[in-house]
Ligand binder design. Structure first.
Ligand code: C5P
Length: 239
């Protein structure tokens, strides 16, 4: 299998056509951006770390009954995925108040939510991924009611798998962002990545941030935090 033409370039990944029909090759980049690309950075190994974390998590999600686009890790920075049409709705699942939720609602970061909160944003770099609701997505034809119902159910299934998975490795999953895509037959599957770029991870013992907030907030130690998250993800559950 080899890369064909570049199909999509995002802030952290490139998606290429593949010599194998029905597949894409995703390349993880070392670039990092925040605040709608107003803040930019990069570090060697970021792409490889996020590729490895996603390549470890997605097969476990599949085994837990969640269909994903992931097929195989090809190299340090590349993976083979099923070609999908991305639904342009970013799905955020929150377990604990943080980030834009805390800011918007005046709720202190770290406040436990009594039940998970699912939020939707319009996937648009130009607009900075604005918050929407499901009516917006329906009215603008971005997804059908059945697709949104499926997306929400799958997002909560991902949460139900990941929360205990990370806790068993000493990490609290505060919130995370997912993207879904459609196969040619209309089946909705999990796409994109799950990594320290797209999740908030707090060390369960110390509360230390182990995710992209170290970059966003200039906390230092960002490379070490990503490397530690890869180590945790690939470690057996704590006793
Ligand atoms: O910034 P906010 O609090 O809305 O982010 C919620 C979660 O979604 C965080 O884990 C963040 O990393 C992730 N996110 C993302 N891509 C975006 C917006 C948020 O991965 N465009």
């Amino acid at each position: 299998r080899h890369r064909g033409e570049l199909r999509y370039e995002g802030k952290a990944k490139r998606v290429y056509a593949s010599s194998h029909p029905g597949e894409y090759i995703v390349e993880y980049k070392d670039e990092a951006t925040a605040f709608n690309a107003a803040k930019r950075g990069q570090w060697a190994g970021k792409g490889a770390t996020n590729n490895a974390i996603t390549a470890h998590l997605y097969p476990m999600l599949e085994a837990a009954g969640i269909p994903t686009h992931f097929l195989e890790q090809l190299s340090e920075t590349e993976q083979r995925v099923r070609a999908v049409t991305i639904i342009p709705v970013e799905v955020i699942v929150r377990n604990v108040a943080a980030g834009s939720f805390s800011k918007r609602l005046g709720i202190e970061e770290g406040t436990e939510l009594s039940r998970p909160v699912v939020e939707y944003c319009y996937k648009s770099d130009a607009l900075g991924d604005p918050l929407i609701n499901t009516d917006t997505a329906l009215a603008l034809g971005w997804a059908t009611e059945a697709e949104l119902t499926r997306v929400r159910a799958l997002a909560l299934e991902v949460r139900d798998f990941l929360v205990p998975f990370f806790l068993e490795r000493g990490v609290r999953l505060i919130d995370f962002k997912l993207e879904f895509g459609k196969l040619p037959d209309g089946t909705v599957i999990l796409a994109d990545e799950i990594s320290p770029d797209t999740c908030r991870f707090w060390d369960a013992a110390s509360g230390e941030k182990m995710d992209k907030d170290r970059f966003r907030r200039d906390l230092g130690g960002v490379e070490d935090a990503y490397a530690e998250m890869l180590r945790r993800v690939t470690s057996p559950a704590l006793g």
